[in-house]
Design a protein around this ligand. Structure first.
Ligand SMILES: [Mn+2]
Length: 430
């Protein structure tokens, strides 16, 4: 039984205020969808079984290159972070797993697992960090890690990734995400080919240490911290990595790691087609790697990504099980509220994609009826599926309105009294 951080009676009281309205809205939507041949309960069941991992680094306030403005009651370390993650899951019933970042979250594996068990949380993909120097580290990553010109530095980065696998094995994790800061700031600074050869050789060493039931995710990013070139700059390079390493290697798509206006949903379709879609780092962006909340800027794009995922799900694509993770930086909101909303937005896009009339869409595509094909997608997207999301939460014991329940609980105020304000904290934007 999980040690709930928010008293269950608060959720029950908050739900009682909204139960009648939800029932009316759910019944009305059910009737509407029924006329389209969609069984609302089947959709609700699917939505309730859709989960997304919360990043441990997401529950602390983030920052930009300008400044970081810490909030009150910020988690002091990984155990506080897990408490916050448990609150998000308690209210949304959508986030039962946490993605850890090593060395930021380094702690005794037994204690981590015990804390997770006590809170009803388990551990998603492990994240290695060779883009910053840990205190006491022998060799610096200033000029790269897995692609560094110095063999001993590459070896140190390989060993760090192997250590992440060992920690993850003790926690029940099944994947390692490798994102690197390697690249160059000036033309001529780095030899593109040699750097990529060194990276591939180092990744092959990590791959050798991967258990058979694990996956290795490589994450592309076109710029930052390197601003002229990055070693894993785009999905093409990412695909080459996964293809070169072997079947356990797949590509991770972080929605913010593309040039503006890139057709991300098409990249997703290509990776699915060739068995190389490992999963996602969900977030949103306006200009670059803004790490804004999922669905905050371009909810239609998020829906179009899910349209591809649901298409693959319904086609029964072999081996299709992408990992769903959030990767955001919360600078002006309470991170718990942002993560609650993001988990809901991701589920919303999934629900909207589930109600697309795929038979009609396929017919319009075959008939070259562009207008009606687009309209078929828009019709699903325009549908307000909030009653489905709320009902999925309610049935699982979560909150009909999770942000309202969170505010009513006074959780932030309570932990502010227990957690002294800090200026540091393991923020991070990857
Ligand atoms: Mn990411």
């Amino acid at each position: 039984m999980a040690e709930f951080k928010i008293a269950q009676h608060i959720i029950a009281e908050e739900n009682a205020k909204r139960a009648a309205a939800l029932k009316a809205d759910y019944d009305a939507l059910g009737a509407n969808l029924g006329r389209r041949g969609v069984d609302i309960d089947a959709i609700t069941t699917k939505v309730a079984a859709f989960f997304v991992a919360v990043p441990s680094w997401g529950v602390g306030t983030g920052g930009t290159r300008f400044a970081r403005f810490p909030g009150t009651g910020e988690p002091r370390g990984i155990f506080d972070k897990l408490d916050d993650c448990a609150v998000i899951h308690q209210l949304t019933q959508a986030t039962p797993t946490v993605s850890l970042h090593i060395p930021w979250d380094k702690a005794d594996a037994g204690e981590l697992r015990a804390k997770g068990d006590a809170l009803g949380l388990s551990f998603d993909a492990m994240n290695s960090n060779t883009f910053s120097d840990a205190p006491g580290q022998k060799r610096s990553y200033k000029y790269g890690s897995l692609s560094h010109t110095d063999a001993a530095t590459r070896q140190q980065a390989i060993e760090h990734n192997l250590e992440c696998i060992e920690i993850g094995k003790a926690l029940g994790s099944k994947a390692l995400t490798v994102w690197i800061g390697d690249g160059s700031n000036f033309p001529g600074q780095s030899n593109f080919t040699k750097a990529f050869e060194r990276y591939l050789a180092a990744m092959a060493e990590i791959y050798k240490g991967l258990p058979d039931d694990w996956r290795l995710f490589s994450e592309h990013k076109m710029y930052e911290p390197a601003f002229y070139s990055t070693v894993v700059q785009d999905w093409g390079t990412n695909y080459l990595i996964a293809q070169t390493l072997g079947p356990k290697a797949q590509c991770l798509v972080d929605l913010g790691h593309h040039a503006p206006n890139t057709n991300i949903e098409m990249i997703v379709a290509r990776l699915i087609q060739f068995g190389k879609l490992g999963g996602f780092h969900f977030n949103d962006s306006k200009y670059g790697d803004d790490d804004l909340d999922a669905g905050a800027i371009e909810p239609y794009r998020l829906f179009l990504v899910f349209n591809e995922l649901v298409d693959a799900e319904y086609r029964g694509v072999k081996g299709f099980h992408p990992a769903h993770m959030i990767d955001q930086s919360h600078n002006v909101t309470d991170p718990i509220e942002s993560l609650i909303n993001s988990a809901n937005e991701i589920r919303r896009a999934y629900a909207q994609a589930l109600i697309v009339d795929r038979e009609a869409l396929s017919g319009h595509q075959n008939e070259n009826d562009a207008l009606m094909a687009a309209e078929t997608l828009k019709r699903a997207y325009r549908t307000d599926v909030e009653p489905i999301l709320a009902e999925a939460r309610r049935r699982a014991g979560g909150a009909i309105d999770p942000v309202a329940a969170y505010r009513a609980s006074g959780y932030r105020k309570k932990v502010s009294a227990e957690r002294p304000a800090s200026v540091a904290g393991g923020g991070g934007i990857i």
